[in-house]
Design a protein around this ligand. Structure first.
Ligand code: NAD
Ligand code: UDX
Length: 561
């Protein structure tokens, strides 16, 4: 068989580094190098603070990069167990010398490698033929040319980046052009990790797909890659396929997942019109094992760097094969996703009486989903774009993980705007807001499980209410009275005892839940919160005087359009 001692990863991003680090962790005798042309990024990977926020990744990078003398295996194990789940306490981590390196000097690392993983970005073309749909292959092409010139003959090239079907042919053609007499095998090994759970997904993958050519050298190369994975992945989960199937499977996996999200979101619009509750519908259908409960969470739809571009790539592929109905079918998944954001923004504007002039709107969350600081294809940008057209006094933004500078640089795509402010503290972001929009499903945006309104003095009996208030709506099982929001008289004191409510803002602890009572106190009436991710309990929020509007529910008798 083929002997692999040195591996090179090209592209030190969200996929390249976690994959390289886990392979290094599980194969202490392999030397793994990650190279990138971005010097700044490499410097940060070599620093004490890794540039990507991904639970458990910093532990693994430290251990593999600095070795078990610098970093205890036991400490890494217990940290992983805590951060990515108990199953990981059972994982075996061999002691080691350092075996992971980050570098920019690329030709030497390529020349030494027995196997080279291409992990560069494959974004959507923004101009020219196929703009908005086709894959921009610039980075892949330039890396393959470098590999052709520098790699040792017989090296195995692995497509880890998500690429259009039949890219392996393009790669082989470039190799043949630049190194006509050398022999290289090209494999496809798509990555299925999700951001925020990358380490967990890599340590416990559902499957590993290895596509190769159906020749003896092709199958040998596939076996060499399978051997590396088999140090921690059960053989039954490693699936060998033809290279075209493997390339296409990645696009289809993402398309099918995104299709479920658009399907349930299309139903959320129907729910708003009929009074059905989309979360109840999702639960009801998800109990059918043929449908299953996952990826049926209705809300603002999918963001992130993958779904949009991969479906675009599939649509382009179908259309270039002359299959226009097939292309249109998958394109509809994108159209429904765009519609959901627009519907949400329009709902906000309409509930604020059709005008945002002199109003402050706060967005809680900027990352495309919880547990990541990644702002690529953030849903927030599209919402902000619609809001700004209404000339609000301020659009305030807070995210517990994205850096203020990172958000600001994304906002520059909107052409810069005086009304946009990014905050490092959620309470300051929400201060005097006319409406709050929950854009990301961060756990700490949920109400704490012990409701944080318990210390608020609320009227407990009709005599506690001033004479001007109207009738009491209903008795509640918890002994409190269910009062409509204008019955909360007088306003409860600020639960946080700000010195005379002078708004002294301690920095927000990301381990804690938001104190919605405090936010409520400092909001403008009628205290509207738009829950774009279905994470708030409207009944509990109502007790704080907050009115929650959610996608997929026709609550408070409100119907869209
Ligand atoms: P990324 O932008 O985080 O990382 C790509 C890196 O490649 C960057 O650091 C860039 O500087 C580097 N690069 C680009 N051209 C280069 C060159 N010529 N030489 C050296 N380095 C170069 O991207 P990512 O999110 O890691 O995605 C990489 C690939 O993996 C994409 O094809 C993507 O579709 C796929 N993928 C991503 C995810 C995900 O969750 N992010 C999941 C599965 C698959
Ligand atoms: C996705 C795929 O899940 C992963 O397998 C692939 O390798 C890369 O693309 P990722 O984009 O990191 O991963 O995140 P994912 O958890 O899939 O969520 C994508 C988007 O869909 C997020 O914006 C999320 O909020 C949204 N989503 C997800 C929903 O709106 N509803 C759901 O039920 C699930």
């Amino acid at each position: 068989g083929v002997v692999i001692k040195n591996i090179c990863f090209i592209g030190a991003g969200y996929v390249g580094v976690p994959t390289a680090a886990v392979i290094a962790l599980k194969n202490p005798f392999l030397r793994v190098t990650v190279i990138d042309r971005d010097e700044f990024r490499i410097r940060r990977w070599n620093s004490a603070h890794v540039p990507i926020s991904e639970p458990g990744l910093d532990d693994i990078v430290r251990l593999t990069r600095d070795g078990s003398k610098a970093c205890s295996v036991e400490a890494v194990k217990s940290s992983l167990a805590q951060r990515i789940g108990a199953r990981s306490s059972k994982i075996s981590i061999p002691a080691r010398q350092p075996n992971l390196t980050f570098a920019t000097a690329s030709s030497k690392s390529m020349a030494e490698a027995d196997m080279i993983f291409i992990c560069v970005n494959t974004p959507t073309k923004v101009t020219g033929i196929g703009a908005g749909y086709a894959t921009d292959m610039t980075a892949v092409e330039s890396v393959v040319k470098e590999v052709a010139v520098n790699a040792k003959t017989g090296a195995i090239l692995v497509e880890k980046s998500t690429v259009p079907c039949r890219t392996a042919k393009l790669v082989q053609d470039i190799l043949d052009t630049y190194r006509p007499r050398a022999r290289f095998q090209v494999l496809s090994n798509p990555e299925f990790l999700s951001e925020g759970t990358a380490v967990k997904n890599l340590l416990h993958p559902d499957r590993v797909i290895i596509g190769s050519s159906n020749t003896i050298p092709g199958r040998r190369a596939a076996a060499a890659l399978a051997k590396i994975y088999s140090t921690w992945v059960d053989r039954s989960k490693i699936l060998g396929t033809h290279v075209w199937s493997s390339e296409l499977a990645k696009l289809v996996a993402n398309a099918m997942l995104a299709q479920r999200i658009s399907s349930i979101n299309s139903i959320s619009a129907i729910c708003e019109g009929t009074g059905a509750d989309v979360h109840e519908v999702a639960k009801s259908i998800g109990l059918d094992p043929r449908i299953g409960p996952q990826f049926l969470k209705a809300g603002l739809g999918f963001g992130g760097s993958c779904f949009r571009k991969d479906i675009g790539s599939l649509v382009y592929l179908a259309r270039s094969l002359g299959l226009h109905e097939v292309g249109d079918y998958w394109n509809q998944v994108l159209l429904i996703n765009d519609l959901q954001r627009k519907r949400f923004a329009r709902k906000v504007i309409s509930r604020l009486n059709g005008t945002l002039i002199r109003k402050k709107i706060t967005l809680l969350g900027f990352a495309f989903k919880k547990d990541t600081g990644d702002t690529r294809e953030s849903v927030a940008i599209d919402i902000i774009r619609v809001l700004l057209e209404e000339r609000p006094a301020e659009v305030a933004i807070f995210d517990p993980c994205c850096s203020v500078a990172g958000i600001q640089s994304e906002l520059e795509n909107l052409g810069g705007h005086d009304a946009l402010n990014v905050y490092a503290d959620p309470y300051q972001a929400c201060l005097d807001a006319d409406a709050i929009l929950v854009v990301t499903d961060w756990d700490n945006f949920r109400m704490a499980s012990t409701p944080d309104h318990t210390n608020i003095k609320r009227p407990q009996s009709p005599t506690d209410l001033t004479s001007s208030t109207s009738t009491i709506v209903a008795d509640r099982a918890d002994g409190f009275l269910n009062l409509s929001k204008d019955q909360y008289l007088p306003e409860p004191p600020c639960p946080s005892n700000c010195p005379e409510c002078a708004y002294s803002f301690p920095s927000f602890n990301t381990e804690e839940h938001l104190e919605w009572a405090r936010i409520s106190y400092h909001m403008k009436k009628p205290k509207l919160v738009f829950d774009g991710r279905g994470i708030l309990n409207a009944t509990e929020m109502e007790k704080l005087g907050i009115r929650v509007e959610a996608l997929g529910k026709a609550e408070s008798g409100f119907t869209l359009f």
